[in-house]
Design a binder for this molecule. Structure first.
Ligand SMILES: [Zn+2]
Length: 70
């Protein structure tokens, strides 16, 4: 009985099955690894940061807001 069995995952880029024994794991190839790096560099994985904070406080201090209520 083999003590360690190869873990199979899918390449996050092209969804091809990759074994954890592969040199480029978790990617199937150097090409997919490069694509993944490019995604990070271009900000594709960056979650949009809350930039509306300043806008909200400006709106709260606007006196015209209360006038619109009848
Ligand atoms: Zn791939």
């Amino acid at each position: 009985m083999p003590r360690k069995r190869p873990l199979k995952l899918r390449c996050p880029i092209c969804k091809k099955v990759v074994k954890n024994t592969d040199p480029e794991f978790p990617f199937c190839s150097e090409r997919c690894r490069t694509i993944d790096l490019g995604k990070w560099a271009s900000g594709a994985y960056v979650i949009s940061s809350p930039v509306t904070d300043a806008d909200e406080s400006i709106r709260d201090n606007n006196p015209e807001d209360s006038e619109s209520k009848s």
